[in-house]
Design a binder for this molecule. Structure first.
Ligand SMILES: [Zn+2]
Length: 301
């Protein structure tokens, strides 16, 4: 029944640990610089909830999505993909408005040019702060896999479910499966031939410094230090996250972590927006734009 929750226009393309159309055979070769878009926290319903409005609506979030997608659809060159790093909707699983928010998310994001793949991470609002097998299954049924890998222009990309690092007490088996999968993906054979290795997730490992204390917005230090070292050792170049609703990030031994503010309700000084990421042979550059300032054409080199 889960599949009926989201409108039929929404195509689930993250399945069986992969993303349809973004496989090694089609996208494993480096063909020169390209760009992609990263956003986070469109989180339909947060703005009204923060303002304590009832009933909660999400017109403003929809407006922001429409500006973003209209611009992305016109961009030259065409982005290779659009990654949304979690908190697609605000209502937690089972809360009032959840199904309507999911349906509106699916409808609005279906306006994206179908030749630009939409890659979604799951956030704490999507699967719950303490996810259950049911809440994760619902995400898989409606949006797609909660962790998977894909290729884009010779770059290997991993999408992680950061909620397993936050609280896996009710989903130990699922969490263990992600760990085993990640170890396989990070070993030499799986990523052979990639120009760069990058990852996407919702909750940042850290906000500004890898050694900072625990916070609502970062991952517990013990888990964090182990995982940062694992990713760095495997050669991950950049980690893209959301959740903080502000721009932040930093470096762990040369591996960059980029925290991107919200497409929906920002909590810092930046306006709602998204990040344009340029991938060149030598590295990965990125810049955050407020929705109204997003340019339509980009120089790649
Ligand atoms: Zn979040």
């Amino acid at each position: 029944m889960g599949t009926d929750i989201i409108s039929s226009e929404f195509r689930k393309r993250a399945r069986n640990g992969e993303y349809e159309g973004l496989d090694k055979e089609k996208e494993g070769e480096w063909n020169g610089s390209f760009m992609f878009i990263q956003g986070a926290d469109c989180q339909y319903g947060m703005i009204d909830d923060m303002a304590e409005k009832t009933p909660i609506r999400w017109e403003e979030e929809i407006k922001m999505t429409r500006i973003a997608i209209d611009k992305i659809n016109q961009m030259k060159p065409k982005p290779k993909f659009f990654a949304v790093c979690g908190d697609l909707v605000h209502a937690f699983p089972g809360e009032e408005g959840r199904t309507e928010q999911e349906q509106d998310f699916a409808r609005e994001f279906s306006r994206l040019d179908p030749s630009i793949p939409l890659v979604c991470c799951c956030g704490n609002h999507d699967v719950g702060n303490k996810p259950t097998p049911q809440s994760i299954q619902r995400f898989r049924d409606t949006v797609g896999d909660d962790y998977f890998s894909f290729w884009a222009g010779g770059v290997k990309c991993l999408v992680l479910n950061s909620q397993y690092y936050e609280d896996s007490s009710l989903v130990k088996e699922m969490s263990e499966k992600q760990n085993e999968w990640l170890d396989r993906e990070l070993n030499g054979k799986c990523r052979q031939g990639c120009k760069h290795l990058i990852t996407f997730q919702h909750i940042p490992w850290f906000l500004k410094h890898p050694d900072e204390g625990n916070d609502y917005f970062n991952i517990d230090r013990n888990v964090r230090s182990k995982m940062l070292e694992k990713l760095h050792k495997a050669g991950v170049k950049t980690v893209f996250c959301g959740h903080y609703h502000r721009n932040a990030g930093g470096f762990y031994k040369g591996m960059e972590e980029v925290v991107t503010s919200a497409m929906g309700c920002p909590l810092g000084t930046e306006k709602s927006g998204l990040r344009v990421v340029t991938v060149t042979e030598s590295g990965i550059n990125h810049k955050y734009y407020a929705m109204d300032d997003i340019p339509l054409s980009f120089e790649l080199d």
